[in-house]
Design a protein around this ligand. Sequence first.
Ligand code: AMP
Length: 477
Amino acid sequence: MNGAHPGKCWHEECGVFAAVGVPQAAAITALGLHALQHRGQEATGVVASDGASFHVTKGIGLVADVYRDAHLENVPGQLAIGHNRYSTAGGLTLENTQPLRVVYRGGSLALAHNGNLTNAREVRAGLEESGSIFQTTLDTEVFLHLMALSGSQQVEEALAEAARQVKGAYSLVVLTEHAVVALRDPHGFRPLCLGRLGDGYVVASETCALDLVGAEFLREVEPGEMVTLDPHGLRTRRVLPAAEPPQHCVFEHIYFSRPDSVVFGETVDRVRRRLGQQLAREHPADADLVIAVPDSSNSIALGFSEESGLPYELGLIRNHYVGRTFIQPNQPGRDFGVRVKFNPVAEVLAGRRVVVVDDSIVRGTTSRKLVRLLRRAGATQVHFRVGSPPVTHPCFYGIDTPSRRELIGALKTVAEIREYLGVDSLGYLSLEGMLATEREPRRFCRACFTGQYPVPVDPQARKLSLEETERARTSAR
Ligand code: AMP
């Protein structure tokens, strides 16, 4: 299907938004998606309902580009949902762009999903066996098929039935002609919050989207909770018992969410400051200054600076306008991919001993190039500090991490990584230190650092080796 591997369900990071009882709901949704751009830059879509029909606007690219000439302010309807998509290689087609929209016997439906279902392949195979024809390669689509097969005409009940058959991570919003239904998986892997806007409501992956549209943050959708929003107001029901403890993704706090968002009950900036402070305690450095790898590490580097007393400087400047399709001119010089994104400030770095703080090391390739960049700019020493432990296992719940074969933390020791990066010293935050920065550590999934998956995973989806498959199974027990 469009070059995508048949049967493969793509892993995605995403952002979702919904508006209900709000004039110009489509335009408000696009604005909300703009604030969630960091959660997905590949494609975006908005579906609005005017009570009788759906209006779909979708495109591949950034929110600002896709909706520039779409005149969403003229789209009728006070209900809308939207989605920003980040996908890994392949599978990037308009069909795979959410929200997914269908017409079934219960009426029209559109659905937008953040997260990853761990049993999607299995469920999909069963559905295909009994005749279902899939339109996309997204795991999200199984929700629609399961709903269509439900005995209930009622959307909430059909969605609840579907939810009982899937496993893994889902924070999703469903649009009908007259309502929006929001649902979060029982483990609460991904964030999802509710806000009040005028006489209506909004739902968003992160509170930074509520801020931009001028909504008031009410609360998070609870794990296992379904919230229906329509002109009559807000109704809630528990469709699945909440897992105890929940499994909020710790990587949302470390890297993925925006620092100005309140996620899992805390402002992300606060958690990141504590990560940096803890990092400085665990791995102090004899150096002149601290810099961040902007922007995701800014708050962590500030925390490091506060605790160590070393001045925080802006030693790397990030260009925010680097599109994915940037054309590399045939020019001399290596590390172009990193240089096009980051430029060192020589005045700040020359002749100085530099602590560079990053939130995480995944493949190690960016970090290695950055170190070379800092040295060329005149840094006499480079001390690399990482605000999380080595990433040793892929995520199956919605963060795009490569397979173990590409994770440097799974392949090399810290001493070998130090060598590979070419740094004077390297310090990763310990697992205990990282968890200690959370108010309630037990409520967080940390599988990417431990390999202990709280919900059994489908290792084939990642093409893991047999040995890895077995390890994943064992730790899931
Ligand atoms: P590398 O170690 O070269 O793979 O890149 C590490 C950098 O990627 C760090 O600066 C992180 O901020 C960033 N990063 C971490 N996780 C992800 C992710 N899932 N998607 C994109 N970038 C990421």
